[in-house]
Design a protein around this ligand. Sequence first.
Ligand SMILES: NC(=O)c1ccc[n+]([C@@H]2O[C@H](COP(=O)([O-])OP(=O)(O)OC[C@H]3O[C@@H](n4cnc5c(N)ncnc54)[C@H](OP(=O)(O)O)[C@@H]3O)[C@@H](O)[C@H]2O)c1
Length: 264
Amino acid sequence: MPNRTPSTALITGASSGIGAAYARRLAARGYDLVLVARRADRLETLAVELTKEFGIEVRPVIADLATHAGTAQVAEILASDTSIDMLVNNAGISRLGATMDLSPAALDDMVALNITALTRLSRAALPGFVARNRGTIVNIGSVLAFRAMPIASVYSGTKSYVLLFTSGLQEELKDTAIRVQAVLPAGVATEIYDGTILPLDQIPPELVMQVDAMVDAALAGLDSGELVTLPSVSDLELLSRYTSAQADLFSASQTGRPAARYGV
Ligand SMILES: NC(=O)c1ccc[n+]([C@@H]2O[C@H](COP(=O)([O-])OP(=O)(O)OC[C@H]3O[C@@H](n4cnc5c(N)ncnc54)[C@H](OP(=O)(O)O)[C@@H]3O)[C@@H](O)[C@H]2O)c1
């Protein structure tokens, strides 16, 4: 078996789009895979394809990560399978519309999948990663972490959480060999737009990245040690200025008294 490594990557949301592209690219790098999603037929087809093409082991896991039971099932795999040294927290949904026009269940699902599952699965992976001082977590956020779209207030908020949570984990783990990367794509041509009020054909094509290019850029960012990868942004100085403005604003808040403008 050429170039096989003992590593296994667990990818959530691997049945389509960005997650399926990660599966193909990590398979090509020799990873065995645990592929998680709800659509069993898609996962089985991908598993057969990747096993045949790359000679790796692929384990499809059917789980609904918007539920406690589904997340607990995958958390247990992360906690018990010591071959897993990469977690790609990719599964995510976007329900678009004004907040009051979306059902409470749609809002709950976005928070459950985009925030709760990602947090719980990271938590499940960490003890083993720390004990072995080895492992990588890739958290898929969005550039909407920086700017809430009015048709995506809750979705944008969940992606802002992904960025801040990831930066907190990076601080927690800075003295270890464990890598945590936030990947913040802009528009990528996937099924996430299907059936929404913003279908792909209404977005100018020049603003939409192809999914393989997005994942290749994200993996290049990971390989080069980036903590925050913005696949479509050329001027990385913008990120430095953003991060530094955040740090300045936080420092400026540490005064212990109301600002003079409030006259208190
Ligand atoms: N496409 C973009 O423009 C874009 C931009 C920025 C960020 N992102 C982020 O990229 C990630 C991947 O999205 P995508 O664009 O590749 O969309 P996608 O093609 O719709 O893929 C979403 C994946 O998540 C899985 N999923 C959805 N609900 C799930 C649930 N309850 N439990 C388990 N898995 C579930 C889906 O599988 P099943 O339906 O089979 O469960 C699918 O594999 C998301 O986090 C998204 O927010 C996308």
